[in-house]
Design a protein around this ligand. Structure first.
Ligand code: WT7
Length: 659
């Protein structure tokens, strides 16, 4: 490192607050500090501002209908179509030649879709789905990697009013089956395979295995041919080749179905405290308005931007901020199929340079990996097109924030650290990049119109600096409406903790810990339920535990998250072998690994599986998870004398390799 760099590094390390660069502020979409007050004084009508970013077939009568809280309704009476908002209206505005999707394949292929071309393709696919019998309100499952057919299929579903349920392509066959069963979904769009680090990866066998686990009749499966001759596979009778089928509908005109604002746009399954994934329901009006509004206000997206969010569309981030928000605003959204280190560790920066990306949104885990690889990978690339950077998915440590700020943003781009969840539909806590001072490590204040607080166990706001829990004390348009087919669980999971039914006060509980400072900036401390966050992916420890105890010879298991330098958290499994299996730990370990991969997928792969004859338990018999977390993280262990079995702690700690 040069002396100059070292000085800069030292200065940055000390600095705790950063002002938005003047060059950014001058052109920002939102610059008026008064916006917070405006939203507060004019709540909930302030949300018309979000709705105004959309084109409505019929105007709504009511902004917020709260008569049946917490089953809120937004923009009631309004009618619109999400695909028409993302496509047709831009074409009608004479922007048909602008690029909608710029796709980069892992092997260096490129596909560019203008708004005209994307609309045509979406109509063809919409006609194809209809031709198969898909009707309004039928749920279509999409299990596709990062190829253009994924957003095309999503928009085709939206066009005909068929909600989609996208299942992350990396999920296992079991996970696909569970989600199709839960949603009673009779249609699947998938693909033969895709490439990962240059190798052809079979996807159709996994999809077929998943289909075998679906407990109702699946009428049709459409298979995209991504790999061509690289993967030979047979199609069953109800399986169709995407290209052939879509070619039959080439040039079709499919009028967008006018949907009620509250009609379901999609389902997105996410992990919770119990073993069963939750089907989060998002709506056409509120969700689309909210993803468009936050894309405009926080990501500063405009139609002539080239914007890139490096998430996978299989997660909510990709839904809101690769597909719906950016396309609703008519911008160019970049999609990348591969991994950041293939063929080399500068792939992302090469793509930024090549496409002239001006807004870049990624996860802290990726930034920590870039940091570890070293700044030489950024140096050969001209990143000067960038004007705004964002992060999402997990807390970002100040060191990673500063690395991002300096090495990617060249100290000229604001960073938005955006806190939100699958359930919130869009960003909730973050600075507005043209207005607020940035404090590395702290997401920032709640967005205008969002009443997020940090409270104690009784719901009273905590003092600055004290740890507490995040709550959201008013509804917002992007909020989930319910859990699919399970209103009861919806109320129980999100509203039971802090609401007062007697006074009809409803408080949303996201299950995150946080603290707040004197300026109202919120620092997220992480989940307070049995959910862990591995590389920005949300995993239910109970789901992993049930996979592990399903292995013959394992009597009991506890799964916790331990600190990890790059992933944020990693999965640690503590397992007790059954009597007679003590000598077979190596086999059990292998089987437990396989069980986790089979039931969830590689994202849940345990960092370590530790065998023990007992788990540390309180006198009342509860497993001391906090202690297991400390062991996994290599933390100092506090007083263990209140345990029923304190001796076991040292035994376990000795086995965990913390380096
Ligand atoms: C959980 C939600 C938001 C879309 C991607 C993940 C954690 C999210 C941040 C952030 C600290 C964050 C929270 C939240 N989280 N963003 N900026 N700082 N933590 O969505 O899978 O629904 O996970 O991710 O713990 O509850 P998700």
């Amino acid at each position: 490192m040069s002396q100059e760099d070292a000085n800069l590094e030292a200065r940055l390390a000390e600095q705790e607050a950063f002002e938005p660069p003047e060059s950014f502020v001058e052109q920002a979409n939102v610059t008026d500090q008064g916006i917070y007050e405006e939203f507060e004084e004019n709540w909930p009508e302030c949300w018309e501002r979000a709705a105004d970013l959309l084109s409505w077939d019929e105007a709504y009568d009511t902004v917020l209908e709260d008569g049946n809280a917490p089953f809120y309704e937004w923009f009631t009476g309004g009618k619109l179509n999400a695909a028409a908002n993302c496509l047709d209206r831009h074409v009608e505005d004479g922007r048909g030649d602008s690029v909608a999707i710029e796709w980069e394949g892992e092997l260096g292929e490129e596909r560019t879709y203008t708004y005209d071309e994307l609309l045509d393709e979406v109509e063809d696919v919409a006609a194809t789905l209809r031709g198969l019998g898909v009707e309004e309100d039928d749920i279509v499952t999409l299990s596709l990697p990062m190829i253009p057919e994924l957003p095309i299929a999503m928009l085709a579903c939206a066009r005909i009013g068929a909600p989609h349920s996208v299942v992350f392509a990396g999920f296992s066959a079991d996970a696909l089956a569970t989600r199709m069963n839960s949603a009673d979904s009779e249609y699947l769009v998938t693909c033969d395979g895709y490439s990962r680090r240059g190798d052809a990866l079979d996807h159709i066998s996994k999809a077929n295995e998943g289909l075998a686990g679906v407990d109702h009749a699946v009428s049709d499966v459409v298979v995209v041919d991504r790999l061509g001759d690289d993967l030979e596979h047979d199609l069953a009778d109800n399986q169709h080749d995407y290209d052939e089928l879509v070619a039959d509908h080439e040039g079709a005109t499919v009028e967008p179905v006018s949907r009620d604002a509250e009609d379901m746009l999609f389902l997105m399954y996410t992990s919770g405290t119990t073993g069963k994934p939750k089907g989060v329901k998002h709506t056409t009006g509120g969700y689309l308005a909210y993803s468009a509004w936050t894309s405009h206000a926080v990501l500063d997206i405009e139609a002539d931007d080239t914007y890139w969010c490096s998430a996978d569309i299989g997660w909510i981030t990709g839904h809101s901020y690769i597909v719906y928000g950016p396309l609703a605003l008519g911008t160019t959204t970049v999609m990348y199929e591969g991994t950041p280190d293939y063929p080399d560790k500068d792939r992302l920066w090469e793509l930024v340079e090549q496409n002239g990306v001006d807004i870049f949104y990624t996860a802290p885990t990726a930034i920590r990996a870039f940091m570890k690889w070293g700044s030489e990978y950024t140096e050969d690339h001209d990143l000067s097109s960038l004007r705004l950077l964002g992060t999402v998915g997990e807390p970002i440590n100040p060191r990673a924030w500063k690395w991002y700020y300096k090495h990617i943003g060249n100290e000229e781009c604001p960073i938005v650290d955006t806190w939100w969840q699958t359930e919130t539909g869009g960003m909730m806590i973050t600075t507005l990049p043209g207005i607020n001072t940035m404090k590395p490590g702290s997401a920032g204040p709640p967005l205008p119109g969002i009443d997020a607080r940090v409270v104690d166990a009784q719901g009273a706001e905590v003092d600055a600096g004290q740890a507490g829990y995040v709550t959201v004390n008013n509804p917002w348009p992007g909020m989930l409406r319910t859990l699919y087919d399970n209103d009861e669980r919806f109320v129980q999971e999100y509203w039971d903790e802090y609401s007062d039914e007697a006074t009809d006060e409803w408080v949303y509980f996201p299950e995150d810990g946080a603290k707040i400072d004197d300026d109202g900036y919120i620092t997220i401390l992480g989940r307070v339920d049995d959910v862990i966050n591995v590389s920005g992916h949300r995993l239910g420890t109970m789901e992993i535990e049930s996979a592990v105890v399903g292995v013959e010879g394992i009597a009991e298991a506890a799964v916790v998250g331990g600190d990890h330098e790059v992933k944020g958290e990693a999965v640690y499994v503590y397992a007790i072998p059954e009597d007679g299996y003590e000598d077979r730990e190596a086999d059990l370990e292998e089987e437990a690994m396989a069980a986790v991969l089979d039931s969830i997928g590689p994202i849940a792969k345990p960092e370590e599986i530790v065998f023990t004859h007992e788990l540390p338990k309180t006198r009342s018999g509860k497993i001391m998870r906090r202690l297991l977390e400390d062991i996994a993280s290599g933390n100092e262990l506090g007083n263990t004398s209140t345990l029923r079995n304190p001796d076991v702690v040292d035994d376990i700690a000795e086995q965990v390799s913390t380096d």
